[in-house]
Design a protein around this ligand. Structure first.
Ligand SMILES: [Zn+2]
Length: 94
């Protein structure tokens, strides 16, 4: 992991507030502690950051909360559980 991705993660936390912080923290909690697992840990964090950045992109485009598959509304409960979700419950269950 390099300093720039740490800084990106801090910026996203400040943008998304508590929920973003919860996402980043929960991804860190699952990170393996042994040095040999650094690569997979970095990959997991990168995937989380990618999801958050994609959600921020949809926010900018005015499409946040809309399902990428069917275009329907993503339920509030789903977004409350994970604000970076891109699919509604029906499409995610497919
Ligand atoms: Zn859908």
């Amino acid at each position: 992991m390099d300093r720039s991705s740490l800084s990106v993660s801090r910026d996203l936390v400040s943008i998304l507030g508590e929920k973003g912080e919860r996402i980043v923290l929960s991804s860190r909690q699952t990170l393996p502690q042994t040095p040999s697992d650094d690569d997979s840990a970095a990959l997991q964090l990168q995937l989380t950051l990618d999801r958050i950045e994609a959600a921020l992109g949809r926010l900018d485009a005015g499409e946040y909360g809309l399902c990428l598959s069917c275009g329907g509304q993503i339920g509030y409960v789903r977004l409350d559980q994970d604000p970076s979700r891109a699919l509604c419950g029906r499409c995610a269950a497919r």
